[in-house]
Ligand binder design. Structure first.
Ligand SMILES: CC(C)(COP(=O)(O)OP(=O)(O)OC[C@H]1O[C@@H](n2cnc3c(N)ncnc32)[C@H](O)[C@@H]1OP(=O)(O)O)[C@@H](O)C(=O)NCCC(=O)NCCS
Length: 182
């Protein structure tokens, strides 16, 4: 996965907008590859299997040209949601794919009348922090030395889903609803 994908994408310029769908049931090599490129230490197959079996967990995938190029895992309990994992293939970052995926997940949660979304992010992860702020998340705390690999602090961020949407940038949706399973 990865090698040459960018050149294929470049020859399909209009296809850069991913299709966002809920993934169901099966851990595939593409998902593991995105994870390997996104997190340290990366989740293994067993952890993903547990997430697929967890009734409170949803795994959304971003597909481009039929391949999974990003994913977002969110836990939903009552009217609260918590983003627990999110990544895009390295060679496709910075092209708007993460934004489309995140916005479609938030739209799904909003449609279902959930009220808040929270998450933790490494204090030095500016791309992710910028993205979260741009869709309305606000910093609400710090967890010192939260990440055990380098003792980096986590920022906690929160989004009020009941607040008016001022960030929406993805109007022409490929997926009428991201609740579609794939
Ligand atoms: C964070 C991540 C998911 C963003 O996905 P992406 O597809 O690269 O993001 P997009 O191209 O949609 O960019 C959306 C916004 O993010 C911010 N952003 C993206 N890349 C950035 C960079 N290199 N520097 C600063 N801000 C950046 C910008 O605000 C950007 O909006 P703009 O293009 O209008 O300026 C991706 O960088 C990633 O997979 N990182 C590794 C895993 C990770 O950090 N996950 C989050 C854990 S909390």
């Amino acid at each position: 996965m990865g090698g040459g994908l960018m050149s294929v994408v470049n020859s399909h310029a209009e296809a850069l907008r991913p299709v966002v769908c809920k993934l169901s049931g099966k851990v595939c090599p593409e998902l593991l590859e995105v994870e390997r490129q996104s997190n340290r230490p990366p989740w293994g197959e067993e952890l993903f299997e547990r997430e697929f079996a967890n009734r409170y967990s949803r795994i959304y995938g971003a597909r481009l040209l039929g391949r999974i190029v990003g994913f977002l895992v969110v836990h939903v309990v009552m009217d609260e949601a918590h983003v627990v994992n999110f990544g895009i293939l390295t060679e496709l970052r910075g092209q708007g794919i993460g934004r489309v995926l995140l916005e479609e997940v938030l739209e799904d949660l909003r449609r279902e009348a959930h009220k808040t979304v929270t998450l933790e992010v490494r204090a030095g992860n500016l791309p992710a922090i910028n993205l979260y702020q741009s869709v309305g998340f606000a910093e609400c705390g710090i967890r010192p030395a939260y990440y055990s690999d380098n003792n980096e602090d986590a920022l906690t961020m929160r989004l009020d889903l009941t607040a008016p949407v001022s960030w929406r940038s993805t109007d022409d949706r490929d997926c009428a609803s991201a609740t579609k399973a794939a």
